[in-house]
Design a protein around this ligand. Structure first.
Ligand code: ATP
Length: 207
């Protein structure tokens, strides 16, 4: 039976930006994966700001990935209660895609700061692969601080999962700030996402 290699790319995507798309493509290629599913969170347990409505973030992802046959998007976290726990998402996709699927949860190095506090994180490490990619402005992924917290075999798997992605200096926080200041962010947002933001007056963009 074929082990379909699937990468789950979770986050707020508030909004999705070219950094997400570029590292997503790089990881698909590097890991020789069959598909990548974007999974917008209803509300991340790690973020304090209130994101744009889930339907808007979903719609922007749909527009941004149009034409890429290996990218798709799932609304599974948007349809569940808050907060959005990654562990529940992994169990959801195991059921949805079948036991044979090879599942990888993808995240940037910025997420490592409180990774050991994630909901049932040791169970998460045992039921899927977790791949950590490089992120501009953050140290390259290092798991030494988790020695004694996670089992040695879990640390080894984390180390093996590191992907040296291109460093792209962009964040949704900065984009939201620029949009609120009236800038269009043409260099960091897909055109289709800019049009969506304008037509729905998101992030304080002008009416
Ligand atoms: P915010 O500024 O609101 O925190 P963000 O730009 O970090 O947003 P998220 O939607 O939180 O975007 O990111 C989803 C995932 O993508 C996270 O795992 C994050 O680490 C990763 N990521 C986001 N931007 C980049 C980037 N430029 N390079 C590498 N990884 C990124």
């Amino acid at each position: 039976m074929k082990h379909i290699k699937t990468i789950l790319f979770g986050g707020s995507f508030d909004p999705i930006h070219n950094g997400h798309l570029r590292v997503g493509r790089a990881v698909l290629e590097e890991l020789a994966a069959d598909q990548m599913i974007f999974v917008p969170a209803r509300r991340s347990p790690h973020k304090s700001h209130i994101p744009a409505g889930g339907h808007h973030r979903l719609a922007m992802i749909q527009r941004a990935i149009t034409g890429s046959d290996k990218f798709s998007v799932s609304d599974c976290e948007l349809n569940r209660g808050e907060p959005s726990y990654t562990l529940d998402t992994i169990y959801f996709f195991r059921k949805e895609l079948g036991p044979e699927v090879d599942l990888t949860w993808l995240m940037g190095a910025d997420q490592l700061a409180d990774f050991d506090k994630w909901y049932r994180v040791e169970e998460l490490l045992d039921i899927c692969r977790v791949s950590v990619m490089y992120r501009a402005g953050y140290p390259k992924p290092d798991f030494d601080c988790f020695r004694g917290v996670f089992r040695p075999d879990q640390i080894t798997r984390l180390e093996q999962g590191v992907v040296e992605t291109p460093l792209i200096e962009v964040s949704s926080t900065e984009i939201r700030r620029q949009l609120a200041a009236g800038e269009l962010c043409r260099d960091v947002l897909p055109e289709s996402v800019i049009r969506y933001i304008q037509s729905h007056h998101l992030y304080g963009s002008p009416r």
